[in-house]
Design a protein around this ligand. Structure first.
Ligand code: ADP
Ligand code: ADP
Ligand code: MG
Length: 659
């Protein structure tokens, strides 16, 4: 076995590999870009080396730098993780040339499977069923269009060098082919520097079912059962599970045999995944699956396989790269219960899944039976715009699919991501969706159910906003009483706050104030009522949510409720005034203070600049004046009341003449 490993990756997978490496007693050598100097994968390592700037092209994708660090640190082997250089035959070769073991397949196997057209040709030769279509050299648009017609619409245009769902276009009609082709080629050229495409029959009701395989250099190859990764968005996996719902033992055996044949045909070693597309219409059938591609690396979703087999796939990778034989024979591979993985991302499902960056103010996962959480970040870490915005993977294992899904839902409900927006609510909605629960789904499930899954703008969560407002008030009053305790004769500046418990609020009956807040970017008013029983806060009639998590930072309170985040802060009046043009006759309190006097009455005629109210703050009187000519339409506060900065004091209705 190796004595040390350089992990040529970052984030979740670098941490995952480090965990097994540590257990096996390997010295862990991490690498990091400037953006990751304090990242978790660096903190977990025995030693860490800087490899360049934040841009992946100059750091995690720099073969020269990685090899130089590995040699200087005297690493025995390099584990590439997934993404980045994990499928680069050039990198694997460079490792070998430098005398380092590459924890992955030989470069020749990576090349054989690297391009989808070549891989399909190889599979056809090996007798593995491939998706019907065209995967030849000829790339002339008219020719490709004729091929599409022969295959029969709908078809899928795919970049031969594709990955991550890029360079793909579904085409429904002959007339749309040319435009779609141009789009796929453009995307492929930009993403992979290779615009060549292949054309496939678009499988109706497609289910993505893949087989995890392992091969050693002694001629042994086995599979570790299938994973169903049909819940996708834009051809990217969102939820994965094992075993596949509706996959019979017969289908599993047929797919397993095809996957092992694929691995053998490629001269494979190590961990790999053979991806199949299956026709789910009318139920899965042993004859209804076709090879799509092979991923020559560890897969993001490998933990569901680990859960049902009880194996550590990273350990197997190390053992095989070190020349050992496969630890098990095919009939010794277990399949225990059911496991489901959800990918937790820093993204906003309500806004088209836009990646969301920033500091993770809070990040908490529950600890529960059957739950595993793989993460690459901790509270306090940054989600930067440079890399994949994955925060963590939650993997739930149970004796049945129902139990695994229940456990996952429960874990997602209890997951706290604060700072960047997260997709936990969306993932939980998916795991609850009746169609998915019933096993009636295909790769179009998410797209068809976006509205039901809450992926449209939901509007302000008033109960969350009310909770945020109440927390702001509570925090302010705690700050004030602390200040008062420290200095009983504290300067007035800290005593003028409207929620100063020692002030007018306690003297009389219920008092009401309107607190202007900014909630999820919206200007709203929190109604604050102080009564003998305490303080009551509402926003648009909603009381503070009881089923939410609130976390305060310097200038705001973040409220997380049902997976949605609402940021609440006191409205900045100076900014507000500027945007208040339309509000014309609104008279607001310029600061927190006490109303000393109201100088007009409801219905009084006033002229612009006329004194209408006096507010006292910091032991100084501030006179409020009418912003326009008109009549007093509403008086929102009573003498002696406390008002918050920005609160409405009165409204002047413009006089006819002024309009
Ligand atoms: P899989 O089938 O395993 O999901 P993909 O083709 O989607 O494979 O590629 C792997 C995914 O992992 C990509 O979406 C890529 O952006 C992401 N990725 C790559 N490196 C990392 C990393 N270090 N941490 C988290 N995600 C990563
Ligand atoms: P990538 O390299 O981007 O992962 P794949 O060939 O694996 O490309 O395809 C990605 C996804 O696109 C699959 O998981 C599947 O959901 C969908 N897909 C691919 N081929 C077909 C097909 N012929 N018919 C229907 N869906 C397909
Ligand atoms: Mg794929």
């Amino acid at each position: 076995m190796f004595k040390s490993v350089l992990i040529a990756n970052r984030g979740e997978i670098a941490c995952r590999i480090a965990r097994t490496a540590k257990r096996l007693g390997l010295r862990i050598i991490a690498v990091y870009s400037e953006a990751d100097a304090r990242a978790l994968h660096v903190r977990l390592a025995d030693e860490a080396h800087a490899i360049g700037p934040a841009e992946a092209a100059q750091s995690y994708l720099s073969i020269d730098r990685l090899i130089a660090v590995a040699k200087a640190a005297r690493a025995d082997c390099i584990h590439p993780g997934y993404g980045f250089l994990s499928e680069s035959a050039g990198f694997a070769q460079a490792c070998i040339d430098a005398g380092l073991a590459f924890v992955g397949p030989p470069p020749s196997a990576m090349r054989a499977m690297g391009l989808k057209d070549r891989a399909k040709a190889l599979m056809e030769k090996a007798g593995v069923p491939v998706v019907p279509g065209f995967h030849g050299e000829m790339q002339e648009p008219k020719f490709l269009q004729r091929k599409a017609y022969e295959i029969g619409y709908p078809v899928l245009i795919k970049a031969v060098a594709g990955g991550g769902g890029k360079g793909m276009r579904k085409v429904e009609r002959h007339a749309e082919f040319e435009t779609a082709l141009a789009g796929a080629q453009r995307e492929a050229k930009a993403a992979f520097g290779d615009e060549r495409v292949l054309i496939e029959k678009y499988v109706t009701s497609p289910r993505h079912i893949e087989m995890q395989i392992f091969a050693d250099r002694h001629g042994n190859a086995i599979h570790l059962n299938e994973r169903d990764c049909s819940l996708q968005r834009r051809h990217q996996k969102v939820i994965e599970e094992a075993p596949g719902p509706g996959v019979s033992a017969e289908l599993r055996a047929a797919m397993g045999a095809a996957a092992v044949a694929a691995a053998k045909a490629a001269g494979y070693e190590g961990a790999g995944t053979v991806e199949f597309i299956a026709d789910g219409a009318g139920g899965l059938k042993p004859g209804g699956f076709w090879f799509m591609e092979m991923n020559t690396r560890l897969q993001v979703e490998h933990p569901v396989t680990e859960a049902i087999t009880g194996l550590d796939l990273v350990e197997w990778q190390f053992r095989i790269a070190a020349g050992e034989k496969l630890p098990l024979k095919q009939d010794q591979v277990r399949l225990d219960g059911h496991a489901v993985e959800a990918r937790l991302y820093a993204e906003d499902p309500e806004r088209g899944f836009l990646p969301s960056t920033g500091k993770l103010i809070a990040l908490r996962f529950p600890a529960a039976e059957g739950l595993r959480v793989d993460s690459g970040v901790e509270a306090g870490d940054e989600v930067t715009p440079f890399y994949d915005p994955m925060i963590a993977k939650l993997i739930a294992h149970g004796t049945t699919r129902e139990q695994a899904l229940d456990r996952l839902v429960d874990a997602l409900d209890k997951t706290v991501v604060i700072g960047p927006r997260g997709n936990a609510g969306f993932l939980a909605a998916l795991c609850r969706a009746p169609g998915f629960r019933a096993g009636e789904f295909d790769t179009g499930f998410i797209e068809r159910n976006l509205v039901a899954l809450g992926c449209t703008r939901q509007g302000l969560d008033s109960a969350a906003a009310a909770l945020g407002a109440r927390e702001l008030l509570a925090r302010e009053s705690a700050r004030l009483s602390a200040a008062n305790e420290r200095e009983p004769d504290a300067p007035a500046s800290v005593q003028t706050s409207p929620w100063d418990a020692a002030d007018a609020f306690q003297l009389a009956g219920a008092r009401r104030l309107e607190l202007p807040i900014l909630a999820d970017g919206e200007n709203v008013i929190a109604e604050v009522v102080h009564a003998a029983a305490g303080i009551a806060v509402t926003v648009a009639g909603s009381a503070p949510a009881a089923d939410a998590v609130a976390v305060a930072v310097a200038d705001a309170v973040y409220v997380l409720r049902r997976g949605r985040q609402t940021k609440v802060s006191l409205r900045d009046l100076t900014l507000d005034e500027a945007g208040d043009g339309g509000a014309g006759g609104l008279v607001r309190a310029p600061m927190h203070g006490k109303v000393l006097g109201i100088l007009v009455e409801q219905g009084s005629a006033v002229t612009r600049g006329q004194r209408v109210a006096i507010i006292e703050a910091m032991k100084m009187e501030h006179t409020l004046t009418a912003p326009i000519d008109g009549t007093v339409a509403e008086i929102a506060v009573a003498p002696d009341a406390q008002v918050a900065e920005g609160a409405k004091v009165m409204v002047i209705a413009a006089s006819e003449a002024a309009q």
